[in-house]
Design a protein around this ligand. Structure first.
Ligand code: HEC
Ligand code: HEC
Length: 259
């Protein structure tokens, strides 16, 4: 054996565990090949708005900028977000914290969730731990966008409308197990994965048309049904045709944990 051969053999042995970890190419590696910041900087490629739902659930207004991209069986959505009141983060979305959802249709419509440091998004973008339980609001992967007002140089809402049509037309998407598990144990409540079996909802949220709704998602469920945070009320988006007063009461009981 020549010395070069031995060195090569050692190099391969040392590198093997790392290359095994890197393969197969993950959805996040695919997402990293897309120049999302170029799109974030281009008003015709992104939609920026004040969020209707997030202001109610987190207690302060937030500005969301969303970009979508598709490639083969995968679709990615990026969100850059800042507090409306936080002027320090400036008006350039490229400097705001970054969230990513990738849906992989070649793998049973699984949605993966990621969070990155507030910095340009490129092949070196630093992934950080998910700071909130994404599953609590994202029952079915990406959510329809509900704007109380378009923000910044957002000349039109066609991108928003197109994204919402796609999200409404999608069939059930399953958030990755790790994201579900995080919601399962968050807050140490054993009942968090209890399904919502009310017919007025489970007709569509049945695990086929859309993912089953669970108790962990009660704030989002309350928002969507127009029951508001702490049931203070609001616009009802669900069910699409409205519901009977009996169903409404049954849903209130379920949300209060008295089902
Ligand atoms: C409190 C509820 C809530 C939580 C928790 C939450 N999101 Fe969202 N997210 C939303 C809503 C609602 C939208 C849709 C935009 C809007 O209307 O504000 C959204 C939009 C997004 C989008 C843009 C694509 C889409 O779904 O429309 C991404 C990407 C995203 N969220 C990622 C994440 C990640 C990653 C986490 C966990 C770290 C997370 N979100 C946690 C409520 C939430
Ligand atoms: C006719 C079908 C249908 C019925 C019935 C229905 N939904 Fe939905 N729901 C949808 C669709 C489509 C979306 C996604 C588009 C959107 O957000 O408007 C959705 C979205 C949601 C979401 C966000 C998570 C997701 O799957 O995107 C929640 C929470 C929700 N609905 C709650 C409810 C509740 C609570 C009821 C019963 C009171 C209900 N829905 C009844 C069709 C339905």
């Amino acid at each position: 054996m020549t010395p070069t051969f031995i060195w090569r053999a050692i190099a391969i042995l040392v590198a093997a565990p790392f290359s095994m970890r890197a393969a197969p190419p993950s959805v996040v590696e695919w997402a990293r090949t897309i120049d999302v910041d170029a799109k974030m900087a281009e008003p015709n490629e992104r939609v920026c708005f004040e969020s209707m739902e997030s202001s109610g659930s987190v207690g302060h207004s937030v500005i969301n900028c969303v970009v979508r991209a598709a490639g083969g069986a995968r679709t990615a959505w990026w969100l850059r977000q800042r507090k409306k009141s936080d002027q320090n983060e400036g008006d350039d979305p490229r400097r705001w914290p970054l969230f990513l959802i990738v849906v992989d249709r070649s793998a049973d419509n699984v949605a993966s969730f990621y969070q990155f440091a507030a910095a340009p998004f490129d092949s070196n973008a630093k992934e950080v731990p998910l700071e909130v339980p994404c599953f609590n609001c994202h029952a079915n992967g990406p959510r329809a966008l509900r704007a109380s007002k378009l923000w910044g140089e957002t000349p039109r809402s066609e991108i928003l409308d197109a994204i919402n049509l796609e999200i409404a037309a999608d069939s059930a998407i399953t958030p990755a197990t790790s994201v579900q598990n995080r919601a399962r144990f968050f807050g140490n409540e054993p009942a968090r994965m209890t399904p919502l079996r009310l017919k007025a909802c489970s007709n569509c949220h049945d695990g086929k048309n859309r993912a089953i709704l669970r108790f962990a998602q009660r704030d989002t469920i309350a928002f969507m049904a127009g029951l508001g945070p702490a049931h203070s009320g609001g616009t009802a988006f669900m069910p699409p045709g409205g519901m009977s007063s009996q169903d409404r009461q049954a849903l209130l009981d379920w949300l209060d944990g008295t089902w």
